[in-house]
Write a protein that binds this ligand. Sequence first.
Ligand code: COA
Length: 327
Amino acid sequence: MIRARITGTGSYMPENIRTNFDIEKMVDTTNDWIVARTGINERRIAAEGEYTSDMATRAAERALEMAGISASEIDLIVLGTITGDYPWPATACIVQNNLAANNAHAYDISAACSGFVYALGCASDFLQAGRGKKALVIGAETLSRIVDWTDRNTCVLFGDGAGAVVLETTEESDFGILSSHMHSDGSYLDLLYQPGFGTRMTPSAENIDNRSAYLKMQGNEVFKVAVRSLTDVSLEALEANGMSASDVSLFIPHQANKRILEATAKRIKLDDDQVYINVHKYGNTSGATIPVAMDEANRAGMLKSGDIVLLSAFGGGFTWGSTLIRW
Ligand code: COA
């Protein structure tokens, strides 16, 4: 049986750090409130002139370098993002051009914070179906440009960054991506979305001035559904593979909020040392959180051959999904 295995990881975080103390000067909030409610201390903000495609390209280059392959060997590039360089064409095509990955086809996936897990599922299915041998899967976001920096309910949560993995086919069927589970429920649209600019809310100075175009969220409602969905989809992955929480070497959840992660881990019955958390450093970078965390864990030597790694994500749509990997 052919499976898709991760052979390289990479990430890129912008240099500019925005701390909670910086945000104290922008909106009516405090470092203590942000830390207590979210676990976030600081986040990265893309430099002027730095775009999602730039960060995605840097992360992809690092993943390719680790895998020891050249961009021309890549058959497919899938990029999970909701903050692409343009409404269209796909930012994945810009990355393809930057990398000179001339033998790949490239597209974006819009699944908000579940974008990377969705992209990984699609790329894994593509390789397992024998349609190609190597794929790049990326999560990259510049959320700082769609967040309303006058809205204390949302602006404290989000940041920018990118992560990427190289996927290659393997005949060793015990290794690689064991399963992907993806779900969505469009009835929750109003709890988390960006009204503009699309074809419903077309660009106007008024929509910018009155802030109606920016990211909107009802945080406490999102919180409840996020914990429930992340728990359910994590257990779904374990059950589908005949495993339980004790089999998990490392749980790498979408880094939305420390309280969401801790509540989810508790419900799955995972110990603290089974859970990877870096939300304090980067905030919520949407589609980028999981590949960035995976790259950090990998480069820190925390992912060893044979380890069971569980990824779970939740985001606007609502969308949610999980991936179970034997590393
Ligand atoms: N600083 C200080 N006070 C703030 C604040 C801030 N940055 N943001 C909100 N508040 C206030 C609210 O105005 C409210 O005040 P009120 O009681 O006077 O009306 C109070 O804090 C409580 O607000 P609430 O929204 O109930 O707080 P909460 O405990 O739910 O925490 C979030 C707010 C946003 C941190 C939390 O709901 C959350 O993390 N939700 C999930 C968001 C998320 O992860 N989204 C992405 C999913 S992929």
